[in-house]
Design a protein around this ligand. Structure first.
Ligand code: ADP
Ligand code: MG
Length: 246
């Protein structure tokens, strides 16, 4: 592992069966403040990679060092580390029968030991930050997709994570709502949040990524700054991929 990396991934493998090896040895170092955008064809293992990082999927090989701890070690209490890795999903995953404020305060009260009042105050600060304070008492089904996703981001932030993992956060949204979610993500990036983002939003990658990664056939085929990645791709499969999405 790299001493000063927030996350060091070494030889990460994931098989779902003898025949299906999805990740075939992923190596990457992610540093504090990095915004890593992950691109790749559908089915190439992007979600599997992200879900292995916080062990929502159990890796079948290799190591993940997070803040200096090998979190693939079966002896670690993964919950302790997972709390520090917020995750935002394509489908929001808010609790439908709880209000926005309850969605936001549950985990901080239960897992961080905050008082209900303190958790509420902190949640309201975050809601103000994304312009949704007036939705505190709404239920998720009373919100637009873009609002739901901004709440999901706030919910992740409420745990004060050291890294945020995004799995296609705008893919389920109507086009007119993509911008409001990307704007929140851009602000987080500017504020120095470490982020790993699986997305097809090339504009976002060009504007805020520190590194863009191309996953194909279970490995990282290319990793570069956005300028080089998009203007001077080396890998043939990446060239082909970019010719379709640019
Ligand atoms: P991506 O996010 O890049 O579209 P995924 O990581 O979701 O790709 O999936 C990569 C491959 O792993 C696909 O072939 C998918 O069918 C397979 N896969 C994902 N999850 C499972 C699972 N739980 N069981 C079996 N196969 C899976
Ligand atoms: Mg996916």
């Amino acid at each position: 592992m790299k001493d000063n990396a927030l996350i060091s991934v070494r030889g990460l493998e994931k098989s779902f069966s003898k025949d299906i090896q999805v990740l075939k040895g992923i190596d990457i170092d992610i540093f504090k403040g990095d915004v890593v955008v992950v691109l790749g064809p559908s089915g190439s293992g992007k979600s599997t990679f992200l879900r292995c990082l916080n062990r929502l999927e159990e890796p079948t090989g290799g190591h993940i060092f997070f803040e200096g701890t090998d979190i693939t070690d079966p002896k670690v209490n993964i919950n302790v580390h997972r709390q520090k890795m917020g995750m935002v999903f394509q489908q929001f995953n808010l609790f439908p029968h709880k209000t926005v404020i309850d969605n936001l305060t549950m985990a901080p009260v239960k897992l961080l030991g905050k008082s209900k009042d303190e958790a509420k105050k902190d949640a309201m600060d975050l809601l103000n930050r994304v312009g949704l304070a007036e939705k505190a008492n709404a239920y998720p089904n009373q919100l637009s997709g873009g609002q739901k996703q901004r709440i999901a981001i706030v919910r992740a932030l409420a745990m004060n994570p050291d890294v945020l993992l995004f799995d296609e956060p705008t893919s389920a949204l109507d086009p007119e709502m993509v911008g409001e979610v990307l704007d929140v993500m851009k602000e987080l990036a500017k504020a120095g949040m470490t982020m790993v983002v699986v997305t097809h939003e090339i504009g976002f990658a060009k504007e805020v990524a520190t590194d863009v990664v191309f996953i194909d056939d279970g490995v990282i085929k290319e990793k570069n700054n956005p300028q080089e990645f998009f203007n001077n791709p080396q890998d043939d499969r990446l060239k082909e991929f970019l010719s379709k999405v640019l």
